[in-house]
Design a protein around this ligand. Structure first.
Ligand SMILES: [Zn+2]
Ligand SMILES: [Zn+2]
Length: 298
């Protein structure tokens, strides 16, 4: 039995066009995955609610939108004379490209230390998200290519509390009474369950701890698999989605070498069953994406 089993609507805003710009904002988590250009004009005032930004790698289509986020927040701080909490900015620790870019931002913003808390990361590490309780960011290695720098992907885990096995058969009223008297910690065990997997750029390699994940967000740059490219193709991602038994799939980073129609035709062919197809969403290149996707949580 799980405590606090509820369904959360995960409001996601995003934009993605391979080579040009990619960003996804998960509003309830106050988390931005990657920061391609154009996000400021779509998100406007939402930029002020950001608490976390997780960059996957140092290709410019994934980070050159950062400057506008900080300039907008800086302007707000100067107008209101009120501080905003610094954004926690996760990025691969060996990324000298990003460090050069941060040096530049430090010079042009002046108040860089108030705006940001840099968090260099490497695969295998876990960090709690800022501004939201019980959600953890896990850093995984991506199978992508960046010259002399690491590319990562991320999995979010959610902390859950399950009743200890010996208490499972008690009536709910009795459980509530004992929680009130003894405290939750005495009656429950803490476990982490996968909430969202985000691939960034890279091949469809998967992650063993993402089994049954409620939402997989995966790049699908190409229509056909090729050993020569550092990106995923649609058939490989559909295969991975099924193997992982993910509930929902959000596809992004489509290449504009294809017509969008071709992509959707192949998707419909690969996923003929209506129920399964209804759980798959696509960020159309050049269009703004905004959707509520239901995930169990909080
Ligand atoms: Zn990219
Ligand atoms: Zn890339």
């Amino acid at each position: 039995m799980w405590m606090r089993e509820k369904v959360l609507l995960m409001k996601i805003f995003g934009y993605s066009k391979a080579l040009y710009s990619t960003w996804l904002y998960l509003e309830p988590l106050r988390l931005l995955f990657d920061a391609g250009e154009g996000l400021n004009s779509f998100l406007e005032g939402r930029l002020l609610a950001f608490r976390n930004i997780a960059i996957t790698h140092a290709h410019t289509d994934h980070f050159t939108g950062l400057q506008n986020i900080f300039i907008t927040r800086l302007r707000e701080m100067e107008v209101t004379k009120q501080p905003l909490p610094p954004i926690k900015l996760f990025y691969p620790e060996d990324s000298h490209t990003l460090r050069h870019y941060f040096d530049y931002l430090e010079k042009v913003t002046n108040r860089w230390d108030e705006l940001v808390q840099l968090q260099p990361v490497r695969p295998g590490q876990t960090y709690p998200l800022e501004g939201v309780r019980g959600v953890y960011l896990n850093v995984l290695k991506a199978d992508h290519y960046v010259y002399q720098q690491t590319a990562v992907c991320y999995r979010l885990d959610q902390e859950r509390f399950s009743l200890k096995p010996e208490l499972q058969d008690l009536p709910q009223a009795e459980i509530n009474k004992r929680i009130a008297n003894e405290g939750r910690d005495a009656l429950t065990t803490r476990v982490l369950r996968p909430l969202i997997f985000y691939s960034g750029d890279g091949r469809a390699i998967g992650d063993k701890d993402s089994q049954d994940v409620p939402l997989m967000i995966h790049e699908a740059t190409f229509l056909e698999p090729s050993p020569k490219v550092a990106h995923a193709s649609l058939p490989e991602v559909i295969k991975l989605y099924r193997e992982t038994n993910a509930k929902h799939l959000l596809l992004f980073h489509l290449s504009t070498r294809y017509e969008y129609k071709e992509f959707i035709q192949l998707l419909d062919k690969l996923v003929p069953e209506q129920k399964e197809r209804s759980r798959i969403f696509v960020i159309r290149p050049g269009g703004m994406f905004a959707k509520n996707i239901s995930v169990p949580g909080f």
